[in-house]
Write a protein that binds this ligand. Structure first.
Ligand SMILES: Nc1nc2c(c(=O)[nH]1)N[C@H]1C(S)=C(S)[C@@H](COP(=O)(O)O)O[C@H]1N2
Ligand SMILES: [Mo]
Length: 533
């Protein structure tokens, strides 16, 4: 009796999970057909991302790096399935309570969905559908379960009063056994269909038909002003050293978008407005017809820790934002440009960095390719010298000329500094930390950067020895990182290596350790190596 009761409880929990999976599958499929941004998972994840305090974002990036989104979605799935199991149990004990639970979940997400910045028409539908499907399926499944304690009381009623004859008891048990097996088959079948639907929905999204084809068919215009040739010797030949230009596929990706926006260039438009004499709008065709500039710039995330890899260098193709602003004519009291992306992300960029002579670009190309979807296709901003969160808006559609004392942006609303110049930084790539190498002649090598300012030197310290000047490769420009190397006769034992950059103006990178929040990490990159005799 206790055995079968706890088995029935497990079955009820399983019914809850199966119902939720079918609901998720239905909701995600509907979202793929309707608008990927209306995915119930994306809506819940988006709310959590936006609500997360900055320490949580930092921890997530520190733990999971660029896998932070997968980790978040996994977390949501675990919590949801645990709740679903509980709703299954509720439904078995108190008829309709589990069903109501699913409907409430669906309604809550359906109400939130249209409030998201990237909401499409009918964005409430997938979540509502998910809730209703889960509720109906839960009711159907749980109806097939023996009610709590029912087997005993039914048997008792059938035989009037008095103990149940042994034969009848066995018959009930057999009947229960078959109905349990049948129940289990239904439950597993339901769960499997749900998982298949969810997988199909995700796959359908990844290959987002039309826009993917548009991007593949695109031929970037030739730059009116090509990047100067890369100086000979800028790329040092050292195994394991970060490549001078980061391939698109390896370029770090940081954003708040759980669903990568798929913007059709034919629909894309940029509006420049606010404190300007003339509003300017720009279509994709108009942008392609402008004289484009190609230039390399190193982009870094403010969350990059000392020695971290949230930094990359690419050749960008785009139109200088200062030319567009010159047409718009910002008023004299303006000091910030608030850029907004299709998904509602915003960044506040100092106006002077967009009007001075640096190549702050409205970029469409990255290393000779149209921007990858993850990096902002069709159009993003790239401003040499500034962390991404204050400047590098992907999928950008709006530039409002305004003032720092009037407008705030996505990350500044969450406690990050309103100004975000990239700090003087350097990193040891070779030898790899915590790896063993052999004693003898080898090389220490890495990269150093302070985009827009430039690097004049790098120094390396072995254990507590003197600082030694490394050989600095020629830079592509002051906007990019530089590679450096130092020959080293490694003596056996535990060694500690440190590096520090020297800026173009002679400033030495600070030893002072600071965490990424609120305006970027500082400190010397320190690497421990084991040198074997
Ligand atoms: N639309 C949008 N643009 C965005 C972000 C974002 O969350 N949404 N994140 C910014 C941040 S914090 C960084 S570091 C850079 C990263 O650009 P990448 O992913 O191309 O490397 O994009 C910036 N642009
Ligand atoms: Mo970032």
């Amino acid at each position: 009796m206790t055995g079968s009761a706890s088995r029935d409880r497990a079955l009820a929990a399983a019914a809850g999970v199966a119902a939720a999976l079918l609901g998720i599958g239905a909701g995600e499929l509907a979202a793929t057909l309707l608008a990927p941004s209306s995915s119930p998972f994306a809506v819940v994840g988006g709310v959590l991302i936006d609500a997360a305090p900055s320490w949580a974002k930092d921890t997530a990036i520190a733990w999971f790096g660029t896998g932070d989104k997968a980790a978040l979605l996994t977390g949501i799935a675990i919590v949801l399935l645990a709740a679903a199991a509980a709703l299954g149990l509720c439904e078995r004990r108190w008829r309709s309570v589990g069903v109501a639970g699913f409907v409430v979940l669906g309604v809550v997400v359906a109400v939130i969905a249209p409030m998201r910045a990237d909401a499409a028409p009918l964005s409430w539908l997938p979540a509502l559908l998910a809730g209703i499907v889960a509720a109906v399926v839960l009711r159907m499944l749980v109806r097939r379960l023996p009610e709590p304690g029912a087997a005993g009381s039914e048997a008792g009623a059938a035989s009037g009063s008095g103990p149940v004859p042994a034969a009848e008891h066995a018959a009930t048990a057999v009947a229960d056994g078959t109905s349990r097996r049948r129940f289990l088959a239904w439950t597993i079948g339901t769960a499997a269909i749900g998982v298949l639907a969810a997988v199909a929905a995700t796959a359908g999204r990844a290959g987002s038909v039309a826009v993917g084809a548009v991007r593949s068919a695109l031929h970037l215009p030739k730059p009116a002003k090509p990047a100067p040739p890369i100086p000979a010797g800028a790329a040092l030949k050292v195994d394991g050293l970060t490549p001078l230009l980061t391939p698109n596929a390896d370029f770090y990706r940081i954003d708040t978008a759980l669903i990568v926006p798929q913007v059709d260039p034919a629909q894309w438009k940029l509006r420049i407005h606010g404190l300007v004499a003339h509003e300017v709008t720009l279509t994709w065709d108009e942008l392609l017809a402008l004289p484009l500039v190609e230039s390399a710039a190193t982009l870094s995330c403010v969350s990059n820790d000392v020695g971290g890899d949230l930094v990359g260098n690419a050749l960008w193709l785009g139109y200088p934002i200062r030319e567009l602003l010159a047409k718009a004519q910002p008023s004299a009291d303006a000091d910030m440009v608030l850029s907004t992306s299709v998904d509602g992300f915003t960044a506040g960029t100092p106006l002077e960095t967009l009007t001075d002579d640096r190549n702050a670009l409205l970029a469409i190309g990255m290393n000779g390719q149209p921007l990858p979807f993850e990096h902002g296709f069709p159009v993003r901003m790239v401003v040499p010298g500034l962390y991404g969160y204050v400047s590098a808006t992907k999928w950008v559609t709006d530039l409002e000329v305004t003032r720092f004392d009037r407008a705030t942006a996505y990350w500044t609303d969450r406690g990050w500094s309103s100004r975000g110049p990239i700090k003087l930084s350097s990193r040891i790539d070779v030898p790899r930390p915590n790896r063993a190498i052999s004693a003898g002649d080898t090389v220490i090598a890495g990269v150093a950067w302070q985009p827009h300012e430039g690097i004049s030197g790098v120094e390396v310290q072995v254990d507590d020895g003197p600082w030694q000047r490394a050989e600095l490769a020629p830079a592509i420009s002051a906007d990019t990182w530089v590679q450096w190397r130092l020959p080293w006769s490694a003596a056996a034992g535990q060694r500690v290596l440190r590096c520090r950059a020297i800026g173009a103006d002679g400033t030495v990178q600070t030893a002072q350790m600071a965490p990424p929040a609120p305006d970027g990490a500082t400190g010397w990159h320190t690497v421990a190596v084991t040198v074997n005799a």
